[in-house]
Structure formats: structure tokens, C-alpha cells
Design a protein around this ligand. Structure first.
Ligand code: ADP
Ligand code: MG
Length: 700
């Protein structure tokens, strides 16, 4: 592909601003821009005009259908395709699309998770066009991003609360900026850059493993002789098959206007990462959903499978999704940019402090926003951040806040020239702070990076929490600063930061988050440590959290209760499927191999003996004994597992049910995993009916 082709290709399947400007009458275009930029209500005549332009453009580009594309609580996207054809008599049709069809859809909502929000007899749900995220064409269909809600207006999706939270933050941020004397800013939006990790495995091998097919992760397996210890995969050169995949992936994403920017090998063998250039939260969330889908699709074309599960393999890193988050004003300024003198930048300090306060007070919600059965395997596993939420600020900002707290003078850190010791290399200035990879929430120069999120999750989750919690912190700061005369503002902000840092500095931790000392220290500081999904989910309904979300109109209490139910159910069902898959694999795939191998070894030993009476068969006997013991114990364990699945499912209370799945089913699965993986290491690959870690991780 040439350098001329890429700009033409980029966004070619998107109904973007340029297309709108070309296709829409001037006044209609202006009205639509107003809606997109200021969130003003869209009139039906504008919608009609946009619908005509969209259809025209879509048909020109080969589309025959349209769909309202939405993000129900399954965590995936949903779509139902309608063709543009409209009969006009005499058996003829025209391609038609109206403003009404663009603005509103009415899918039957009864088969989507609602967590008790909607009885099946009230099955009606609505999809509502989100004009702030551009429509696009995929596989001959025009995709219209929409929000999904129930007949009575309750959110049934991930987009609605995100948009509500962006609005809450916008309101409070603009208010604060005005108070601080910034008169030009009319809106503030959140920006997100999600880095996406994934694994690639060979499709034929994948199909031979029920655990990968049904659960997206291996449930047992002897480790390969080589893991990630050589540190040779991270940023390693791309193997041809992987490079070809990444290239095609970029092209497909670019066509959809997704600014895929960075690609590289990750730490674990067969693990990779893709990062786009950041965008407005809402668009970035839609793009991330699309990216995950296209990753899988392109993989399929290349004879590969893209695994987005958080922990596909034991013993090597799992996959996360780093949520880079910041705030940008309508003037294009990044509110989290410290500038060259952060100590004097009161606007920056107020917003920084608001984030610290928000994360300290709602750390439990941040943890909840990243929770899932899959991600529980990562958090606290010395590869991903611990389940404890803390903030890494770096030396300079920590020192700035300390100097405010203690009324000491902050001597600006000098920019240091980095001396690499070789004169041929260019000289550059060192960053004032190093990176910290173990923190769940790190300040990285001009944005915060939330690293707890799992690779398969919707990025909407943490941003709903972050936006709302920061909106609340700003609202409280506003109350404290309100009425201050402009000439006293600097001093007032100074005092406010002093009070706030004293209260919230406990959440700041610049050290190594992977150590046991930190776990102990965090407990002393009174920080939340909520290791598993059943541990953290009840926090969704804690009074302070219900108050937060209802105050800012992001969730009603009922919506929160429904989300709690859905998440718990999802957890239970996920582990239920995994447990049943494990039972089946052990029974049908693994034990037969154990028995075959035991028989083979016995037969060979007997042959050896009959050939040479004095032959030593002690090793064979020991091996057969091991295999046979494992056979017996695994048979018993699988029976117990099945009983535990049944007794856990039988618990009526969903919370208790989830706890049973965590404490008993998952624990039993771990026991089985340990025995099976140990024994598998003794069995020749040729006898196993499924591919091993060696093959899965090193075949490309
Ligand atoms: P690293 O791996 O060092 O964290 P990457 O370049 O892989 O860095 O990813 C950083 C991500 O942060 C990118 O998606 C980038 O676009 C995004 N980003 C940069 N600035 C902002 C910002 N102001 N707001 C949100 N995201 C940002
Ligand atoms: Mg990163």
C-alpha cells in the first residue's frame, strides 16, 4: 500500500464530517453539527435530511441494509439488519430510508439481559441514534450507532450511562473552569485511548480444544518448557504470519476510520497489542468494540484465532486493556497537561486533585468496573495490577502536592539532558518521572492510565465510573470555592488542595504494587482490597455509590440493581460453562489418554520382562502407578465437581450462588487443573487428542 493510498482509504467506509458536508444542505449540516457539538435536540426535518444523505451514500458504497447497532449488557454488540427496499406497487421497489427509521428502532428486547428491569411481557425496547458517533458501512450494511433502553427509558446498554456520565462531567468541569476565570470554554469532553492486548493461535489447533472453543481459555495443560522468562517476545520482531495479520487488521480498521497507531509483540509468547490514537470517549468505546470484532474476523481469514480472554494460559501473562483517560476542552486544551510549571498551574492542580479525590472515594467502583470471571485471574496475579486501586503520580507531582500540603517552596525540577554515553546518538531531555508498570492507575505525563481493565471488557465500564466520580469531586470543590473573589482564588485553591491532599493522599502509592508489603500497607491505609467478583460486586449498591450515580443522573437505583444482577449472573454462568467443559474434557479427552498410556507402558514393560526376565521395570511400574492414581483421583474429583456445580446452581440467592461458584466450584477446578497438568507432562503428545501448550504457543 502506498503513502497516497492510505489517506484515501482511511475512513472510506465512514459517514464522516466530510461526507456530511458534501451531502447535506448547508442549514441541515449546521443543525446536525450543533447537535453533535452541544448535545442539542435534533429536529425531525434534520433527521430526515440526514437519513436521505446517509442512504444515498450507503447505497453508492454498496450497502443494501441498515442496522441499529447497540451494546447490550452481554458485553458484545448487537445488530438486526433491515433492507432499504420499499415496495412502490407493480412488484417494484425503491431504496428508501426515513428520518424516523434513523432516529428510533424497536428491537424486541426480551432476549437481552435486563437484570429484572423488564419483564418479558414488556418486551419492547428502543434504540436511539447517537449522532455523536459516526455511522459506517460493514459487510454491505449501514451501521448506525445507537443507545438501547427499555420501554420506560431505563438503560439496557453500555452506551447510555457513558453518554450520561460524559454529560455530568461536562457540566461540572465547565462550571469549575468558569469559576477559575476561564470564560472561553463551552464544553469539556473525556478522551480515551484504549490499548488492546490479545493472543493469536492457530485455528486448526484451537478447534481441537473444547476449553478454548467454549471458554476462550485453557482449563489445564502442562506448561511449555519455555514461557516468557527470556523476555524475548516483548517488542520482538514480528513473525511473518503475525505481521501479515497485523497489516490486514490495520487496513480494515483504517477503512472504518479507527486510528490504529501502534502494534507490537507483548510479554507472553503469542501475545500482541494494538493501540489507536485517542478519541472522544464515546467514539473510542464504539471503536474498541469494533476493533475487537474485526480482530477476530481478520484472524479467521488468516487461519488464526484471536483470543481476547483475560487469561487464556496459565503460567504466562494474561491480557488487559489499558484505559488512557484525559479531559479536553472545546478550545482543544488537555486539562491534565501540567505545563512546564505544574506548581503554578491552578487549573491543572484542581483537576488533578479532583481525579485523586474521585479515585480515592470511589476506588471500590473502579474495581467493580474492571471485574469479570476472566479478569479475576489477572488482578493480583503479579502480571497485572493488584486488585487494590491506588494512584501512581510520579516524583514531580508528588513533590508538588507535598509542598502545597506542607507550605514549603517547590523548586522546579530541572530538565536533565539524558547522557547515553555515545556521542553519535541524538541528545534529548529526560522525562521528569520514570514509568511505573505495577500501578493500577498511573499518571503518564498528561493523562491517567487505568490498567485494571480486562482485554475482553467494554471500555465504557471504567469511564462511566471515572467520569461520574470526577464530576462529583469537581462539584464538591465548586461548593468550597464558590463566592471566592478572583484575586483570592489562587490562595483559596491552595488551601483547598491542602485540605484535599491530606484527606486523599492515602490512595497515592509510587512503589511496586506487586509486593506483599504493599498489600499489608494498603490494608493499614484502609484501602479496599476486593480480590474477586463476588467480593466487589455488592459495592455497586453501597449507599455512597447509589447516591453518586443517582445525583448525577447516570444510573437510577433500579438500573444499578439490574447491573449488579446481570454481572453476578454472568459470573455464575461463565464459571458454570467452564466447570462443565472441564468435566467433559477430563472425562472424554484426558482420562482416555491416561488410560491408553498406562496400558501401553504396562504392555511394553510386560514385553520387556518376557523377553528378558531380569529386566528392570521399576520405572514403568512407578509411572503406571502415577497414571493410575491420577486416573482414580481425577475420576473422583470430576464427580465432586459435578455435584458442586449442581449444589451451587441450586442456591436461590444470586450473591450466595456466585460465592459458591467462586469458593467451591472454581477451587475444585483449580485442584483438577493441578493434577491434570502434572500428569499431562508425562504423556506423549501423540496420545493426547488435543494440542498442548507447546503447540498452541509456539506454532506460528
Ligand atoms: P504506552 O504503552 O507507553 O502506555 P501507547 O502509545 O501504547 O503507550 O498508548 C498510549 C495511549 O494513550 C494511546 O492510545 C494514546 O493515543 C493515548 N493517549 C495519549 N494522549 C491521550 C489523552 N490526552 N487522552 C486519552 N488518551 C491519550
Ligand atoms: Mg500503556
Amino acid at each position: 500500500m502506498t503513502h497516497e493510498e492510505i489517506p484515501i482509504l482511511y475512513g472510506s467506509l465512514v459517514f464522516n464530517d466530510k461526507v456530511m458536508r458534501n451531502k447535506l444542505p448547508k442549514d441541515m449540516y449546521k443543525a446536525l453539527r450543533k447537535t453533535i457539538e452541544n448535545g442539542t435536540h435534533l429536529e425531525l426535518d434534520v433527521a430526515n435530511s440526514v437519513a436521505v444523505a446517509m442512504k444515498e451514500w450507503a447505497v453508492e458504497n454498496g450497502a443494501t441494509h441498515y442496522t441499529h447497532w447497540f451494546q447490550p449488557m452481554t458485553g458484545f454488540t448487537a445488530e438486526k439488519h433491515d433492507s432499504f427496499i420499499t415496495p412502490v406497487g407493480d412488484g417494484e421497489v425503491i431504496m428508501d430510508f426515513s428520518g424516523k427509521e434513523l432516529v428510533k428502532g424497536e428491537p424486541d428486547a426480551s432476549s437481552f439481559p435486563s437484570g429484572g428491569l423488564r419483564a418479558t411481557f414488556e418486551a419492547r425496547g428502543y434504540t436511539a441514534w447517537d449522532p455523536t458517533s459516526p455511522a459506517f458501512i460493514k459487510d454491505g450494511t449501514l451501521y448506525i450507532p445507537t443507545a438501547f433502553c427499555s420501554y420506560s427509558g431505563e438503560a439496557l446498554d453500555k452506551k447510555t450511562p457513558l453518554l450520561r456520565s460524559m454529560e455530568a462531567l461536562n457540566t461540572e468541569a465547565v462550571k469549575m473552569l468558569k469559576l477559575l476565570g476561564n470564560e472561553t470554554v463551552t464544553s469539556v469532553s473525556t478522551t480515551i485511548g484504549p490499548e488492546q492486548e490479545y493472543f493469536l493461535v492457530d485455528k486448526d489447533l484451537y478447534k481441537k480444544r473444547k476449553d478454548l472453543v467454549f471458554c476462550g481459555r485453557t482449563l489445564f495443560g502442562a506448561p511449555a518448557p519455555k514461557g516468557q522468562e527470556m523476555e524475548d517476545h516483548y517488542f520482538g520482531s514480528l513473525k511473518p504470519k503475525v505481521a501479515a495479520y497485523m497489516h490486514d487488521l490495520d487496513v480494515e480498521l483504517w477503512k472504518l476510520g479507527i486510528p490504529a497507531k501502534t502494534k507490537h509483540n507483548e510479554v507472553a509468547p503469542a501475545q500482541h497489542e494494538l493501540a489507536p490514537i485517542f478519541d472522544t470517549a464515546n467514539v473510542a468505546v464504539d471503536h474498541n468494540q469494533l476493533t475487537m470484532e474485526i480482530m477476530k474476523k481478520v484472524a479467521d481469514k488468516h487461519g488464526l484465532v484471536c483470543l481476547l480472554h483475560e487469561k487464556p494460559f496459565e503460567g504466562i501473562n494474561g491480557s488487559g486493556k489499558h484505559n488512557n483517560w484525559s479531559l479536553v476542552t472545546s478550545d482543544g486544551d488537555n486539562l491534565l497537561n501540567p505545563g512546564s510549571t505544574p506548581a503554578q498551574n491552578i487549573q491543572f492542580l484542581v483537576f488533578l486533585m479532583a481525579v485523586i479525590k474521585a479515585v480515592d472515594e470511589y476506588a471500590d467502583l473502579m474495581r467493580v468496573s474492571a471485574t469479570s470471571a476472566g479478569n479475576d485471574h489477572r488482578l493480583g496475579g503479579n502480571e497485572a495490577p493488584p486488585a487494590i486501586v491506588s494512584i501512581f503520580l510520579g516524583d514531580e507531582l508528588t513533590a508538588v502536592l507535598e509542598s502545597i500540603e506542607n507550605d514549603t517552596f517547590f523548586g522546579k525540577q530541572k530538565k536533565v539532558q539524558l547522557d547515553i554515553g555515545a556521542h553519535v546518538l541524538p541528545h534529548f531531555v529526560k522525562d521528569t518521572t520514570d514509568r511505573n508498570r505495577t500501578s493500577p492507575f498511573a499518571f503518564t505525563g498528561n493523562k491517567f492510565e487505568f490498567r485494571m481493565l480486562g482485554s475482553a471488557a467494554s471500555v465504557a465500564n471504567p469511564n462511566v465510573v471515572l467520569n461520574t466520580a470526577v464530576a462529583e469531586a469537581l462539584a464538591q470543590f465548586y461548593t468550597e470555592l464558590e463566592g471566592t473573589k478572583p484575586e483570592d482564588m489562587e490562595q483559596a485553591v491552595h488551601e483547598l488542595i491542602k485540605r484535599a491532599i491530606r484527606k486523599h493522599k492515602k490512595v497515592i502509592f509510587n512503589g511496586n504494587g506487586y509486593t506483599d508489603e504493599w498489600v499489608a500497607e494498603a490494608e493499614k491505609r484502609g484501602l479496599y482490597n476486593l480480590p474477586s467478583t463476588p467480593d466487589c460486586l455488592p459495592q455497586l449498591l453501597a449507599d455512597k455509590n447509589v447516591e453518586l450515580f443517582t445525583k448525577h443522573h447516570v444510573f437510577t437505583k433500579e438500573e444499578l440493581a439490574s447491573r449488579y444482577e446481570i454481572k453476578l449472573e454472568n459470573y455464575v454462568k461463565t464459571i458454570g460453562i467452564e466447570a462443565r467443559t472441564l468435566a467433559e474434557m477430563i472425562t472424554k479427552d484426558f482420562l482416555p489418554a491416561v488410560s491408553t498410556y498406562a496400558a501401553e507402558v504396562s504392555k511394553n514393560a510386560a514385553a520387556k520382562k518376557s523377553f528378558m526376565a531380569a529386566a528392570d521395570t521399576a520405572s514403568e511400574e512407578a509411572l503406571v502407578e502415577k497414571l493410575s492414581t491420577a486416573y482414580t483421583s481425577l475420576t473422583a474429583e470430576v464427580t465432586e465437581l459435578k455435584t458442586l456445580i449442581d449444589t451451587s446452581f441450586a442456591l436461590e440467592d444470586t450473591q450466595k450462588c456466585a460465592e459458591a461458584f467462586h469458593d467451591q466450584v472454581l477451587a475444585k477446578m483449580e485442584d483438577i487443573r493441578t493434577v491434570a497438568s502434572d500428569i499431562e507432562a508425562l504423556i506423549p503428545d501423540s496420545i493426547l487428542s488435543y494440542p498442548t501448550y507447546d503447540q498452541l504457543l509456539f506454532s506460528l
